[in-house]
Write a protein that binds this ligand. Structure first.
Ligand SMILES: C[S@@+](CC[C@H](N)C(=O)[O-])C[C@H]1O[C@@H](n2cnc3c(N)ncnc32)[C@H](O)[C@@H]1O
Length: 280
């Protein structure tokens, strides 16, 4: 299991991707802004809709979104369950729960709770469906989290997980050596960067039925969105200050991306591993 360290085992700055594991110890506004940036992207909306479909939500259902962040997906789930249903958002971060409440509490069929994914505080067999989106790579014990998701789901209920394969992120570049170093920095800031590759097996090991795995690929030609979501300028700064890459090489790498963007030749992609299963 990885803790939050860089390849050189130096603590990372608190705004890197991996700090989503402890948002309350950081400037939460920075993370809220980055989540808003992601939610505004069509490619994010598309794979999220795919995960909602996998939940098999009927009108009147009781569903949960764990690691709900600002609660945008809880609001979408509330629309799907309708007025007689209930959509519950849970998050470890009190700042995220406060923001979600501020944005969505006026909907009568949503509620938000501060809780860890490993101990949701819900009764056994309570939910028709549960999901977590881009959360388990930030969690210390994903096995305990999945066991908890199964506990709170009724027999026949659905469990859907979607996690980004951060080590598989790519961006077109003239210098793939530097790209690889920087992608490693970003991925290794997460507690469990390789977890997405084990989720399919993990679900079967936990006795779930109808287990399916698919890859949703997010592509982008928008350098601004990608830089913001991954906080690329900070990552480059850290890689330079940590001695991973020289200032000159980092500047050349960044200039290449800028020139590509100016000439409509910027290209990046990220795979989201989506797994789903039914409680026996
Ligand atoms: C990358 S954000 C994703 C937020 C949301 N799912 C979305 O798609 O916008 C990760 C979220 O997981 C939360 N989180 C991290 N570790 C958690 C844990 N152990 N239990 C519950 N939530 C956690 C963070 O506070 C953050 O809101």
């Amino acid at each position: 299991m990885r803790v939050i360290v860089s390849d050189k085992d130096q603590p990372v700055l608190d705004r890197q991707l991996g700090a989503f594991s402890a948002v309350d110890k950081t400037d939460a506004n920075d993370f809220i802004e980055r989540l808003d940036e992601m939610h505004a992207l069509d490619v994010f909306r598309a794979y999220k809709k795919f995960t909602f479909d996998l939940m098999n939500i009927a009108s009147g259902a009781r569903v949960a979104d764990v690691g709900c962040g600002t609660g945008e997906d809880v609001s979408s789930l509330a629309d799907l369950v309708g007025p007689s249903g209930q959509a519950i958002g849970l998050d470890l971060s009190s700042a995220m729960i406060a923001e979600a409440q501020k944005r969505h509490a006026d909907k009568g069929n949503v509620s938000f709770l501060q809780a860890s994914s490993e101990g949701l505080g819900l009764p056994d067999n309570e939910l028709d469906a549960i999901r977590a989106d881009r959360v388990l790579i930030h969690v210390q014990n994903p096995e305990a989290t999945l066991a908890e998701f199964i506990r709170v789901t009724r027999p026949g209920g659905r469990i859907v997980l979607s996690e980004p394969d951060m080590h598989g992120f790519w961006v077109a570049s003239d210098d793939y050596g530097t790209t690889r170093l920087l992608v490693n920095e970003i991925a290794n800031s997460c507690v469990m960067p390789y977890l997405p590759r084990d989720l399919w097996t993990m679900m079967r090991d936990h006795g779930l039925k109808d287990v399916r795995c698919s890859i949703q690929t997010l592509t982008s030609s928008d350098i601004k969105a990608v830089s913001k979501v991954l906080d690329l300028s900070l990552v480059v700064k850290m890689a330079v200050s940590g001695g991973l890459v020289s200032e000159e090489r980092a500047a050349k790498w960044g200039d290449d991306l800028k020139v590509r963007a100016e000439n409509d030749r910027f290209a990046a992609a990220l795979s989201i591993v989506v797994v789903s299963g039914t409680k026996a």
